[in-house]
Write a protein that binds this ligand. Structure first.
Ligand code: M6R
Length: 611
């Protein structure tokens, strides 16, 4: 979704803004713009361009063509009004005084627009954001903060706003409600951004804005106010992510880099959480008594995080015997969910900012559930609003297609399942021990899967021109298929579906004909024979079968499937963690061969902050 950067300091603002925007490109966008105030000429200059950020950067000679040490920048992901220069942000008020960048949606913009038009204000764009700029100017009588406060009382919806006023050019104003915005504290300068990666080169000291807060940024520092305009003190966090972690480091794509980083991410996520042969969560607030009182677990998430929840359901129920329901966060609010004080609601989100997931969290809390979140981005909104947080420690994930976040989320759910089962006495000692032993071996086994990537590249070269691909599997292999299918469709634009194998004959098998590519997932040993029957079933209708199974079943599978990818044998709980890697690689190589924009697939955003 949209990206915001703001800077006030003593250096030239435009290059800093463009660099920050480049680091937010992964969020997805279709146009970009900056507004910079020049103290020398006393003018506010606004530059915008549809398309890639490079277009804007070339126009501004990397920022060198724009003078001024205070400014705001934006990458826009169109919601109201098509991508165009005029609809890009910053949006500027009629009098040219107020420039605004915005992430989110102003729901009552139409009503406010007609109110302003009745007062004689002329609009130039189709955006909801222009209403904010015009309304600030309408209320502005020399006190910018007060004008912003009056606007906030009138606008409804979700917003992160960066505001620059030509009359007070030594400050920026930032506002947040339901859209992420962080503050950066520098030496003689201050920053504003949608995500820390945008400002990491300049400062590691950040503050996370809460809903309803307003911040005034100057060269001397940042003053924050609550929704009643009372001054507040914000906690400052030190970010210890390495800058390299947010850069490509010689890899052609972030996605490939992040796939390759998975063993290391798992080591960071898992190793500190196994101590002396037991699962250990430092400072964990769920007591043994509470765990015994859990009547039901709800897992709520979107996209790939939801797919982790699907595997999590199988693993949690098998080990703990607690009923687990998995819900799409976008549906949760509208399904009248049954949640009470005995319901543990597990919220999974890489970004910690997905709006639907956040809304589901709030609904679950309202209904009395206890919230345990699994999040990658430290200090993100979902992390802050949860009762308990387990961080995945995967490091910054930039590619839109998630990989290392998925793997670490999965590892945390597995650790939780083992931990709960141990408390409840529902896991046998031997099973518990062997699962933990295998968890410690998981990164090395994953490395061996990654070493075999040439085979997967070869299979991709055989199948990259298919128009439609089916992923089939049972139980955890079905959940794994959902993720493999999503990976393929989101970055290669090939139509793809995942089916529980047993469902094929209830309709979908009619689509299988000569040459249809079916990716058959058969990692789950106890269901291998069933998986084989489905392979035979689709083969006999002419399908090309690319199978995924474990080393111990390779030979048998190779007798029927056209091609076989193998993963090492491991504890059943962990098979999806290994199985997902070849599926990620397959999607990556297919997209590469089709010449797709792998890190920034069309129409998609990394962090989905609108409903
Ligand atoms: O940040 P989140 O985990 O809440 O994001 C959820 C989905 O938007 C995300 O997993 C999406 O499906 C990915 N692009 C899939 O690769």
């Amino acid at each position: 979704m949209c990206g915001i950067v703001g800077y006030v300091g003593s250096e030239q603002a435009a290059p800093i803004l463009l660099d920050g925007l480049a680091r937010l490109e992964y969020r997805g966008y279709d146009s970009a713009g900056v507004a910079v105030y020049s103290q020398r000429t006393g003018t506010l200059s606004v530059h915008k361009a549809k398309g890639r950020l490079q277009v804007l950067s070339d126009l501004l000679q990397g920022g060198a063509a724009v003078e001024g040490t205070v400014g705001i920048g934006h990458t826009r992901w169109a919601t109201h009004g098509a991508p165009s220069d005029v609809n890009s942000h910053p949006q500027v008020s009629q009098g040219g005084k107020i420039a605004v960048v915005h992430n989110g949606i102003i729901e009552n913009y139409a009503e406010l627009k007609s109110f302003l038009m009745d007062k004689g204000v002329t609009f130039v764009s189709e955006t909801d954001t222009e209403v904010v700029a015009q309304l600030i100017e309408y209320f502005y009588d020399g006190d910018l903060l007060q004008a912003v406060g009056r606007v906030l009382h009138r606008i409804q919806g979700a917003y992160a706003l960066g505001i620059l006023c030509a009359d007070v050019p030594d400050q920026l104003i930032a506002v947040r409600k339901d859209s992420p915005l962080i503050l950066g504290y520098g030496e003689g300068c201050s920053f504003l951004a949608s995500d820390v990666t945008a400002i990491l080169r300049h400062t590691r000291e950040v503050g996370y804005m809460e809903d309803g807060e307003i911040a005034v940024l100057t060269r001397e520092g940042i003053q924050c106010y609550n929704h009643l305009m009372q001054p507040i003190q914000k906690e400052i966090f030190h970010v210890d992510w390495e800058i390299d972690a947010a850069e490509k480091g010689g890899y052609e794509h972030f996605m490939f880099k992040e796939i390759m980083e998975q063993p290391e991410a798992l080591r960071r996520c898992v190793f500190p959480r196994i101590r002396e042969g037991e699962v250990y969560f430092e400072g964990f607030g769920l007591t043994e008594d509470y765990i015994r009182s859990i009547g039901k677990i709800y897992i709520v998430a979107c996209g790939s995080s939801y797919h982790v929840g699907m595997v999590g359901k199988y693993n949690l129920e098998r080990l703990t015997r607690i009923p687990v329901e998995v819900a799409l966060a976008s549906e949760f609010r509208y399904m009248d969910p049954i949640v009470d004080e005995h319901t543990l609601v597990m919220v999974i989100s890489q970004s910690g900012e997905t709006l639907d997931t956040m809304a589901a969290l709030r609904e679950a809390r309202r209904l009395g559930g206890r919230i345990l979140s699994i999040v990658n981005v430290v200090g993100s909104s979902i992390a802050r609003e949860s009762d308990e947080v387990l961080y995945t420690w995967a490091g910054p994930e930039i590619a839109v297609a998630t990989t290392k976040a998925y793997s670490t989320q999965m590892a945390l759910i597995d650790l939780l399942a083992l931990y709960f089962a141990r408390v409840l006495g529902t896991v046998e000692e031997e099973n518990y021990r062997s699962a933990l032993k295998e968890m410690l071996l998981l990164p090395a086994k994953m490395e061996s899967v990654l070493e075999d990537r040439d085979d997967i590249q070869y299979f991709a070269s055989q199948y990259f021109n298919h128009n439609s691909v089916f992923y089939i599997g049972r139980n955890v292999d079905y959940a794994l298929g959902l993720e493999g299918s999503l990976k393929l469709k989101e970055i290669s634009y090939i139509h793809s579906e995942a089916y529980a194998s047993g469902e094929l004959k209830h309709g979908t098998i009619s689509l299988v004909e000569d040459g249809t590519l079916v990716v058959a997932l058969a990692t789950c040993g106890r269901l291998f024979e069933k998986a084989m029957s489905n392979v035979v079933e689709v083969k006999s209708r002419g399908a090309d079968v690319l199978a995924l199974t474990t080393k111990s079943h390779r030979e048998e599978m190779a007798r029927t499937a056209n091609a076989v990818i193998t993963i090492p044998d491991t504890h059943e709980l962990l098979l999806p963690s290994l199985g997902v890697v070849p599926l990620q690689l397959f999607a990556y190589y297919v997209a590469l061969m089709r010449g797709c924009d792998i890190d920034k697939p069309r129409n998609l955003a990394k962090s989905v902050t609108v409903e």
